[in-house]
Design a protein around this ligand. Structure first.
Ligand code: ATP
Ligand code: MG
Ligand code: MG
Length: 380
C-alpha cells in the first residue's frame, strides 16, 4: 500500500493513523519520543527531532504526502519536505502564519474577519504605549501556547508589564478581554482544488484553560450562526490557500457578534466527536485531502457530547488508580477513546468520550451517566 507521513506523535497523529490505515494506507510518523500515542500505532516510527535532516529525508523517501498534527512544527521542516518533492499539507506558508499569534491576528484582520482588539508586543514599551481600551485583557505569548499555557489575564497595564517579564518570551499579543457569551469552533476540510466542506459548529466549554466539553447539535444553534461561522472559516482557509483540515475557534459575544480567536492548522479536540457522530471524521478528511481523494460527508448524524478525559481522573487522594471504564461502557452510545499514554499527569489529555443520542437531551443524559461513572462533573 502507499504511505502517508505524519509530523508529530500525539493523539491527533494516532487518530489520523487509525483513519489512514482503515483506508488502506500505511503511515510513517516522525516524532522524537521513544514511545508516543501515534508512534505506537504507526507502521513506521522515525524517532528523530522535527528539524533533523536525516529523519526528514527518511520521511520524504517513503511518503509522497506529509501532514502535521501540531502547529509548532518548524516551518523549515515543511519547506524541506516540499523541496524534496513531497506534497505537504498544510503548507509552510499557512503554518508559519497560524503558529505565531502576531501574524495570525494580523492575517485574520486583513482577511476582513473580526478579532478581539489587540496590540502586538515585541518589547515592554509596546505595553506602556498600548491603548487603555485593551485593559482588562490577556497577554498571550505569540508562540507555543496551548491549553491556556503561556497566557496571563491582566487587569491593568502594570500587571501586563509584570506578566511580560514573567513570560520571558520574544513576542506576545495583548488582547482586550472580550465579553463572551459562549465559544464555538468550526472544523473545515479543504482540498488542493479549493473545494471545502465544514462541520456543524461545536459549542465548547473550558475548565482551567483546557477544553472540557464540546456539544454538537445543529438544531440547537442560534439561527444563522452556522452559516456565519462556516462562511468565515471558508474565507480564512481560502486566504491561507489551505489544503487539509483546520479549525477556527470563535467567540460569540453578548451582543451576538462573532470574533475569531485562533486557528489550528490541524484536526481539533472539539472535532473528535466527528469520529462517532458524522458521516466522515475530521481525521478521515485529513487523509482524503492529502491523498487527493474526494472530501467526505460532514453531516451530523446524531447530536453528541464530548467529554475530555484528563490525567486528573487517574488520581484519587493523590493515589494513582484506573478509572471505571466498565461504568462508562455500560452507557449506550458512549464511545470511549484512550490515547495509550502510559503516564497520567494532572491536566494531560489522556482520552475522550463521545456520547451520542437520538436527541441532544438524550446525549446529555447519557453523558451525565458516563461522567458520573468517572466522578467527573458534567452539567449540560
Ligand atoms: P488552545 O488549547 O485552544 O490552543 P490557547 O492556549 O491557544 O488554547 P486561547 O484559545 O487563545 O489559548 O485561549 C484559551 C481560552 O481563554 C479561550 O478558549 C477563552 O475561553 C479564553 N480567552 C482567550 N482570549 C480571550 C479574550 N480575548 N477574551 C475572553 N476570553 C478569552
Ligand atoms: Mg491555541
Ligand atoms: Mg484556543
Amino acid at each position: 500500500g502507499s504511505w502517508l507521513g505524519m509530523l508529530g506523535g500525539g493523539q491527533l497523529g494516532r487518530m489520523f493513523c487509525h483513519a489512514a490505515q482503515r483506508l488502506g494506507y500505511r503511515v510513517a510518523v516522525l516524532d522524537p519520543a521513544q514511545d508516543s500515542p501515534a508512534g505506537a500505532v504507526a507502521d513506521l516510527h522515525i524517532r528523530a527531532a522535527y528539524d533533523d535532516a536525516e529523519g526528514i529525508r527518511q520521511l520524504a523517501q517513503r511518503c509522497p504526502a506529509v501532514t502535521t498534527e501540531f502547529e509548532n512544527v518548524p516551518a523549515s521542516t515543511l519547506e524541506q519536505l516540499a523541496a524534496e518533492g513531497v506534497a505537504v499539507s498544510p503548507g509552510a506558508f499557512a503554518v508559519a502564519i497560524v503558529q505565531d499569534r502576531t501574524k495570525e491576528k494580523a492575517f485574520i484582520r486583513s482577511a476582513g474577519v473580526p478579532v478581539a482588539p489587540y496590540a502586538p508586543v515585541f518589547e515592554k514599551n509596546d505595553i506602556a504605549i498600548a491603548s487603555q481600551s485593551l485593559f482588562p485583557g490577556i497577554l498571550k505569548a505569540a508562540r507555543l501556547g496551548y491549553d491556556g499555557k503561556g497566557q496571563v489575564r491582566v487587569a491593568t497595564r502594570e500587571e501586563a508589564m509584570q506578566a511580560w517579564d514573567d513570560l520571558k518570551t520574544e513576542a506576545c499579543v495583548l488582547e482586550a478581554f472580550a465579553p463572551l457569551d459562549y465559544e464555538i469552533s468550526v472544523v473545515i476540510a479543504r482540498g488542493r482544488d479549493g473545494q471545502a466542506v465544514t462541520y456543524d459548529a461545536a459549542r465548547n466549554e473550558h475548565r482551567d484553560g483546557i477544553l472540557a466539553v464540546s456539544t454538537v447539535d445543529p438544531d440547537a444553534l442560534e439561527p444563522g450562526l452556522q452559516e456565519r461561522a462556516s462562511r468565515l472559516a471558508k474565507e480564512l482557509a481560502r486566504e491561507l490557500d489551505y489544503c487539509g483540515v483546520m479549525c477556527v475557534e470563535c467567540f460569540v459575544l453578548t451582543d451576538g457578534s462573532l470574533l475569531v480567536n485562533e486557528i489550528a492548522p490541524r484536526p481539533h479536540n472539539s472535532g473528535h466527536h466527528t469520529i462517532d457522530s458524522c458521516g466522515s471524521s475530521q481525521f478521515d478528511q485529513q487523509v482524503r485531502t492529502m491523498a487527493g481523494l474526494p472530501l467526505g460527508c460532514t453531516q451530523t448524524l446524531r447530536p453528541s457530547v464530548m467529554l475530555n478525559l484528563l490525567g486528573d481522573l487517574w488520581f484519587e487522594n493523590g493515589v494513582q488508580r484506573e478509572p471505571d471504564w466498565a461504568g462508562v461502557l455500560r452507557v449506550p452510545q458512549a464511545h470511549l477513546h484512550l490515547y495509550g499514554k502510559t503516564e497520567p499527569r494532572l491536566g494531560r489529555k489522556m482520552g475522550h468520550i463521545t456520547i451520542t443520542g437520538d436527541t441532544l437531551a438524550q446525549a446529555q443524559e447519557r453523558a451525565a451517566q458516563a461522567a458520573g461513572a468517572l466522578g467527573l462533573v458534567y452539567q449540560p
